[in-house]
Write a protein that binds this ligand. Structure first.
Ligand SMILES: Cc1cc2nc3c(=O)[nH]c(=O)nc-3n(C[C@H](O)[C@H](O)[C@H](O)COP(=O)(O)O)c2cc1C
Length: 230
């Protein structure tokens, strides 16, 4: 029992344990894409602060970092400077409220080269419902989805630079409202309509004639769960 108690004490009184690594040098962005095979799944697991605890082979390979460099680093190790900050603000608000988000993200490898993925999250909870970490699954974003997101993210970034992140969030909300959609629905449609999954169009097997269920965030299974089964 003793070690258990000690561990609890550490979690309550020292939320920074275990230590987060000092940030590795941030590479200069290189304007060259890393193409990711469609059968790859880039997976990572973090603690509640977004410090990487585990990542799979595909993630390590594409990131260009060694596994030991990734583990213990903040997930911003793969952050691309062109990504608008507001996207991460929304992402963190969602996952800290135990809600998923389906996002399209431009990441940067150790070489400075970039890769686009779509990603969604699994919230890790203990038996009392406390969040103990997060898991993210990523697959290569379809070309059309990337082409659609580039001008939107550019605009958001420009607004952040000229005004601030709140303005960027208002702009994004207005833009999506105007289209009568939400960020997740917008992204999901871009993926479903443009990804060829082993020669067949992606199909959501769980929701074909149950639109209401789809609308309900609580009941809605994660995109990866519905489409790929995890
Ligand atoms: C499970 C999980 C996965 C994440 N994956 C990414 C990712 O692939 N790329 C990224 O830039 N940020 C990712 N983030 C968000 C980062 O933690 C961070 O908020 C973001 O890179 C912005 O960094 P900054 O605050 O230093 O600008 C992830 C966070 C979590 C919890």
């Amino acid at each position: 029992m003793e070690p258990e108690r000690e561990k609890d004490w550490e979690i309550i009184f020292n939320p920074d344990a275990p230590k987060r690594k000092k940030r590795l040098p941030v590479p200069e962005p290189v304007d060259r894409e890393i193409k990711i095979d469609s059968d790859k799944i880039l997976m990572s697991v973090t603690d509640t602060r977004g410090v990487i605890e585990f990542c799979n082979e595909d993630f390590v390979e594409i990131s260009g970092y060694e596994e030991y460099e990734l583990v213990g680093s903040g997930h911003n190790i793969v952050r691309h400077p062109e990504m608008p900050r507001v996207l991460f603000k929304i992402l963190w608000e969602r996952i800290q409220n135990k809600q998923n988000i389906l996002a399209i993200v431009k990441n940067m490898a150790k070489t400075g080269r970039y890769y686009w993925v779509y990603t969604d999250f699994v919230i890790k909870e203990d038996e009392n419902g406390n969040i103990i970490g997060y898991k993210a699954f990523r697959k290569p974003a379809p070309k059309k989805a990337i082409e659609t997101m580039i001008p939107i993210y550019k605009k958001l970034k420009a607004i952040e630079e000229e005004n601030d992140m709140e303005f960027a969030q208002k702009y994004l909300e207005g833009y999506l409202d105007n289209l009568g959609t939400t960020y997740d629905e917008f992204v999901e449609n871009l993926i479903i309509e443009n990804v060829d999954h082993k020669g067949e169009k992606l199909q959501d097997s769980t929701n074909n004639n149950n639109k209401e269920k789809l609308q309900s965030k609580k009941e809605r299974k994660s995109f990866f769960k519905r489409i790929f089964g995890y």
